[in-house]
Design a protein around this ligand. Structure first.
Ligand code: ZN
Length: 190
């Protein structure tokens, strides 16, 4: 049998310009794309007037097949809505028992995770930290710094995304700023 080999290739990241080359699929999430993700509805409504970009990510173009490895570069901008730091929407994988690895390339933040039965875990992310997100854990990245938080994520080719309960309620643990400190707090909607 003759195999059809997929061609190996490189991507190059520019941490200063915040670009990936080749670009792949660039997805930009503005506040209007995720306004319900933030807890402070008044602050979100006010910030919506300027509709800031919260984060963007570059999906390297890889077939959605289980033998492949999807990888993407996520760039979360610094900022807050009310006292809640800018963050990604957060997701489970559509194929629930698929893991992911995050390598932090720049900036600092928190990796907020939870299981379907709402066990919660938060890890620190800082330059050169390698975070393991085991199967079943939903994951969201939060930028607690004052520069962009830039991450490489690698996961199974066909894992997919499921925003489900997180889109409705947020995640069980919130990352907030209080008196200049980063504070973890339980989400009152849980
Ligand atoms: Zn993921």
């Amino acid at each position: 049998m003759k195999l059809n080999y997929f061609e190996p290739f490189n991507s190059y990241i520019d941490l200063e310009k915040m670009e990936l080359n080749p670009e792949g699929d660039l997805i930009i999430r503005k506040l209007s794309d995720m306004v319900d993700s933030f807890q402070d509805k008044e602050a979100a409504k006010e910030a919506l007037k300027g509709n800031p970009t919260i984060y963007k990510f570059y999906n390297v173009q890889i077939p959605e097949e289980d033998g492949h490895l999807q990888h993407c570069i996520s760039m979360i901008f610094p900022g807050k809505i009310g006292n809640e730091y800018y963050m990604t929407k957060g997701h489970f994988h559509k194929i629930k028992d698929t893991a992911e690895v995050y390598l932090t390339l720049k900036g600092k933040g928190k990796l907020v995770m939870q299981t379907p039965d709402q066990k919660s875990k938060v890890l620190d992310m800082r330059q050169r930290s390698i975070s393991y997100i085991p199967p079943y854990w939903a994951h969201r990245t939060v930028n607690t710094g004052d520069e962009p938080l830039i991450i490489l994520g690698v996961y199974r080719g066909d894992a997919g995304h499921n925003y489900g309960i997180i889109e409705e309620k947020g995640m069980a643990t919130l990352v907030l700023e209080k008196n200049g400190e980063v504070v973890l707090e339980g989400n009152p909607h849980y």
